[in-house]
Design a protein around this ligand. Sequence first.
Ligand SMILES: Cc1cc2nc3c(=O)[nH]c(=O)nc-3n(C[C@H](O)[C@H](O)[C@H](O)COP(=O)(O)O)c2cc1C
Length: 190
Amino acid sequence: MDLFSAMKGRRSCRHYLPEAISEDIIEKILEAGTWAPSPLNTQPWEFIVITNRDVREKIFHEANRCRVWALDISQWKWLDTYLIDFLKQAPVIIAVVGDPKKSGVDMFMEEGMVGYLSACSAAIQNMHLAAYAYGLGSLWFTLFDKKKLREILGIDEAKNPVALVCLGKKASEPAPLPRKSVKDKTRYIR
Ligand SMILES: Cc1cc2nc3c(=O)[nH]c(=O)nc-3n(C[C@H](O)[C@H](O)[C@H](O)COP(=O)(O)O)c2cc1C
């Protein structure tokens, strides 16, 4: 598959079919994650693959609690109609957990340990592209309380659950969202 078509064709999927995804494919997607760059090759990520229905249900309820809280605090009306049932529909949710200590030289910098977050994000994007290559839908999801998610998934408090990646067969084709032009986003220093 042409890489540029994958980058342009991948879209956030919020409607999934309940069909299971084979462990072989899940492992290939995880392997794609591990080929991401990281500071000093620290590979600061860990993956928790959740297919258990009860655990996915718990994640849904926790995220929904967060959605209601976010609506209240932000007064962003769209949050009222933004339904997150995809957390129950997607047959696979992968939690990407980062280790802040694996940030390379960043750990001595005034602006703090961010290297591990950048590396986890690169791994997540690789996973999205791999999912696309397998014809699957995927979503980068972050609307959760980290403390609560640590409790649900048994994550050490020193580690950061960076994102949940939903995976599954698409129930519908997501509409593409436009991008601003490169020109508007770029400044050259020649
Ligand atoms: C760091 C990050 C956090 C995100 N969190 C959420 C989220 O919590 N819920 C959600 O539905 N989409 C989430 N997204 C997906 C974005 O909404 C989506 O990428 C964006 O609207 C562009 O759409 P596209 O992915 O289809 O191009 C997140 C994306 C990123 C990179």
